[in-house]
Design a protein around this ligand. Sequence first.
Ligand code: PEP
Ligand code: MN
Length: 336
Amino acid sequence: MIIVMKPGASQLAVNHVVERIESMGLKSHVIVGTERTVVAAIGDERGKVKEELETAAGVDRVLPILAPYKMASRELRERTIVRTRDFECGDSKIGVIAGPCSVESEEQILAIARGVKAAGATALRGGAWKPRTSPYSFQGLKQEGLKMLAAARDATGLAIVTEVMAPEHVPIVAEYADVLQIGARNMQNYLLLQAVGETRKAVLLKRGPAATMEEFLLAAEYILDRGNQQVMLCERGIRTFEEHTRFTLPLATVPYLHEKTHLPIVVDPSHGTGKATLVSSMSRAAVAAGADALIVEVHPCPENAWSDGYQTITLEAFETLLAECRRVAEAIGRTI
Ligand code: PEP
Ligand code: MN
């Protein structure tokens, strides 16, 4: 149930609603909006909340949340804006996350950070822990990589986006990162989702390659349920019968998710296609479809990249990509 407070309802009235919800053995989440406060009551199977709170002081109305993902549902609120440092996602300005698949050295990450910042990126990506298909592939520089990312942030001011692979790594990754990335392979690692939900760092949740929209939204729900509201959903391609691309990038998920959830939607055209030559056009398409941010793999010399070089673009190509995306954004009343 959602308890919509009247505009200007007092803190006392909100506290009273929360107390009543909790005394019924339910969970409450208070969402303070610009015009009014909304309180979500989770776990009310018998409609007791409506009965008991509809006439309480400061309450405007009590509505059921029909979707199974209560906190992620658009029924709860219009939209969520994720902000960290200069990175913004969910409002009219489109976020741009760029960088290598893997952090390789301090020189590499610093050069890329400077290059993508100059082109207009607002966040730097780079994996320190890498989930690789083969155990013999490069697994990431781990904590050393985190330190290099922090040095790149110090030099450029860019927000840092990096993957956390295991619940026990959350404290160390959260110490360095501004955004915790949950990789596609871990979308349904519920203990990991709960662990990042306990932090107050922004989370970039990638769609599992075989996950339905409902599974994706319920995965986000695990994070929101722990009190972390700064969640972005990232479409990064799914497994299909197609072989011309590494994954199939279904851009209809962008407007679909905007109908279902208030969370911002990010598109990853690099993993989504697995082909450097397709990244630019799919970025433009993603912006046109309403993506709130892009995450793009960029490296000065993709053929020498330690991972995912075949889908990584050069700094020059990234500059062109952003210039083109800016024109698309402008056409739909947004900025990059
Ligand atoms: C990545 O961002 O480099 C990555 C491993 O992504 P995904 O989890 O989407 O495969
Ligand atoms: Mn990658």
